[in-house]
Each structure stands twice: as C-alpha cells, then as structure tokens.
Write a protein that binds this ligand. Structure first.
Ligand code: ZN
Length: 314
C-alpha cells in the first residue's frame, strides 16, 4: 500500500522502471512511522509479481503473488533482526549473497529485503558490499532505514537512495481523522511529532496510562520525592525510544509555552526556576540520549542518567 503522501515518489519509481532503469539496490529512508515499510512491501510484491498492473502494483492473482502471500516465496529473502539478537549478522548476509545467485522460480525478480538496515553489523555490511558491487542478474536488493546517517558511506554510495518524506500537518491530520481514533487526531499527531502511522499506534488507553505513570514518576524524581535509582529501576525494561519520545515532546511543550502561554502544558512538576536556557539544554541532552539509546548496554544506568538531566533543572 502506498500512502497518498508517497504516491509521487512511487510514480517516479514506476517511470524509472518503465524506462528499464530500475537500480539493482534501493535504499529507502525516512522517519519512523510514516509508511516506509508499506512502501517497501508494495515494491517487493510488485518486483516479485509476474504481471504487475499498469501502476506497477502487484496483480495479486499470478502464481508468484499467491506464493508470496503464503510467506514462503523462493525468490524472496528477508534479513531482519533475529529473535534474541540486536543486530543483523554476517551469516544472514552470506545467505543473502548466495540466494541472489540462485536461478529464479518465477518470472519476476529475485528480491532481497533488509530491514532495518541500520542494524547490519560491520561484518554483515562489509559482506553485503560484494553483492552491491557485482549485482546478480534479475535481482534487486531493498534496504529500509530510519537512521540513514548511521549507515556506512560505502553502502549508501552503492544504492539508489529513495527518501520518503513525512507528510505535512494538514495531510497527516486529514488521514488521521479518517481512522476514527479514540483520542483527538491533533493530540496524537503532536505526540508523534507529525508522524501519522506512529500517531495511530499511540491511540490506545494502555499507552496513555503508561505515559501518565511515567510523567508521575518523573515528577517525583525531579522533586526528589523518589530517588532516581528507584524510578530508573522501575522503568528499565521499557522501550527507551518511547520514554525519550515522551520526554522530548514534554520539553518541546514547555519551550513552546515560553512563547505562547496558550500552549498546552504537560502534567509534570517542573520547578519555577527552570528557564528557557535550561530547557534547551535539557532538550539537546535528550536528543543525544536518543542517539546512543541502541548502543547503551545497561538500561538502568541509561535511564538514571536521563533522569539526572531533569533533576539538574533544580
Ligand atoms: Zn502477480
């Protein structure tokens, strides 16, 4: 499925394909929660299909489409993070390299799909270079990432880069308003920093409750009613990205409030003494925490340091 805000890019890709210039490796990038995966899946299905439609969507009828539906397509190989692992490892890419050189079972292309590409470890990335440099016939490698800056330059330079944009607010709000959400589309979109699919995922009571609990505990840590160690212990098994998203959103709300007192304030007990400079410093620190969130090994220590950035406001 192609979301309306990515249709133009799809059309450009179709034109490239009609001119027989489709690259052998495509790197799809863009923010988390805007529909990259849907775009990539549509592309995979279309490449595998034996008789794609005029707009290059998969026909859904041919043998290849049926087999793809069953999740065991012989011309398709997917490399993602295996269970209990944190990276895509070299064995997976060696298998992928072998796969690309096997003969096709159907009339479509052979397709290798790597998602999330930023999770390729160094050995895996180096092993992939071989296939990117010497592409096999009738094969396409599709990589998907939401962290393009962390990918090796040697990988990026050997792929056609396809950046998928985040839709503008009006388009995103319109789409969200059609999804009959429980919470207001405006609120959800703001919490997701403008990413509509992510916003939709946030629309559940359980998420709102956890968020409220964390705001409560964070306030307790800031005001030293509860120790930072206690709070971090409680939250150490929560997804770090989620905790950071909440906090960054709250700091942004606090910053906006300085310019517009009609701005909705988060339910956080922030000391009166916190001025705009403090808030910007805190904001930058949280952004840095996001950059290292996936490399930090000790979750409790990570959260403890994150909370200490707030405590400094006092
Ligand atoms: Zn088909």
């Amino acid at each position: 499925m192609i979301y309306t805000w990515h249709q133009k890019i799809w059309d450009q890709l179709v034109a490239t394909r009609n001119a027989n210039h489709l690259p052998h490796a495509i790197l799809i990038s863009g923010a988390e929660g805007i529909g990259k995966q849907a775009f990539a899946e549509a592309l995979v299905n279309s490449l595998l299909c034996e008789s794609p439609q005029e707009n290059y969507n998969a026909c859904g009828q041919c043998k290849s489409c049926h087999v793809k539906h069953s999740d065991a397509h012989p011309d398709y190989y997917q490399a993602s993070i295996a269970e209990n692992k944190t990276q895509i490892v070299v064995d997976q890419i060696r298998q992928l390299n072998n796969f690309l050189h096997m003969s096709r079972s159907y009339q479509g292309s052979r397709v290798a799909y790597i998602n999330p590409a930023e999770s390729l470890n160094v050995n895996a990335a180096n092993s992939l270079l071989k296939s990117l440099e010497e592409p096999a016939n009738n094969s396409v490698i599709i990589l998907v990432t939401s962290q393009i800056s962390t990918l090796l330059a040697t990988i990026k330079s050997r792929c056609q880069m396809l950046h998928l944009p985040t839709p503008n607010k009006q388009v995103a709000l319109h789409w969200l308003s059609l999804q009959s959400t429980q919470h207001s589309p405006e609120e959800l979109l703001e919490m997701s920093a403008g990413k509509p699919l992510y916003a939709l995922k946030l629309d559940n009571e359980e998420h709102f409750k956890r968020r409220k609990d964390f705001a409560h505990d964070l306030s307790a840590a800031i005001n030293q009613r509860q120790s930072v160690t206690e709070v971090s212990k409680k939250w150490q098994n929560s997804p770090k990205d989620e905790l950071l998203d909440w906090q960054i959103h709250w700091v942004q709300q606090l910053i906006k409030y300085h310019f517009n007192t009609k701005q909705h304030l988060p339910a956080l007990a922030i000391p009166q003494s916190a001025n705009l400079n403090h808030l910007w410093t805190l904001h930058d620190e949280l952004i840095k925490f996001r950059e290292i969130a996936h490399t930090s090994l000790n979750a409790q220590l990570f959260i403890e340091n994150m909370l200490l950035s707030w405590v400094k406001l006092y």
